[in-house]
Design a protein around this ligand. Sequence first.
Ligand code: NAD
Length: 240
Amino acid sequence: MRLQGKRVFVTAAGQGIGRASAIALSREGAHVIATDLHDKFLSDLNVAEAFALDVLDKAALVAAVTKAQPDVLVNCSGIVHSGTIEQATDEDFDLAMNLNVRAHFHAIQAAVPGMLERGKGAIVNIASVCSSLRGLPNRFIYGTSKGATIALTKQVAADYITRGIRANCIAPGTVDTPSLQGRLHATGDYDQAMKDFVARQPMGRLGTADEIAELVVYLSSDETKYMTGQCVAIDGGMTM
Ligand code: NAD
């Protein structure tokens, strides 16, 4: 039970990596406060607390995090936009920056005062290999925003390094989640799209949400108390 006694707040915990993380964190003894835009995804999630929360609603997000007083904050919200800079609109850019970066800014800002009072805290942000780590075709907005997720993590880590708060992020490769399945179907040729996604994974397969969740647990736990400001790739070899 690596997280016994810790209160862990997770955003976008209804599906995919967020959901797998909430379950894995709870299994390790954490008091998990799982939140997601969609109530329906939370109804069968067996963790300490679960409620609907739109991370784009700053007031609601700040109120929920402030009330929760988490020891660990896991920022999982994110949206993939497909396309080059030629297809990018300001609306798409703003939405990605809001979900992939600004929501983390607001949640962390709300969590920090309590963490400082207690003299410890851990923040885990979900970035992507598609970021400052690696450019990928047709991911202009997504990769740009996820590069900012990594930079945000390092800035927070630098500011609180002597005051007990750690901030790290995770850069997954391609992970089989509901939104990935949606992207595969949206191409109109599911089998070919799946082949293409698998082909960019040197290991020859997609990752699973459970594999990413194990890393979330590790970075949330005191086992990594000497680790901060890092971006850990877990990507089937995409960035080796
Ligand atoms: P997903 O896209 O399948 O599910 C996302 C969840 O976010 C859903 O439950 C949805 O209801 C929730 N959500 C959407 N808008 C929200 C909002 N405004 N407020 C709160 N919740 C909201 O999940 P996923 O594919 O596991 O992605 C999770 C994170 O991992 C994202 O940040 C994503 O960019 C990142 N990531 C995913 C992959 C991948 O291949 N799946 C790879 C690298 C990084």
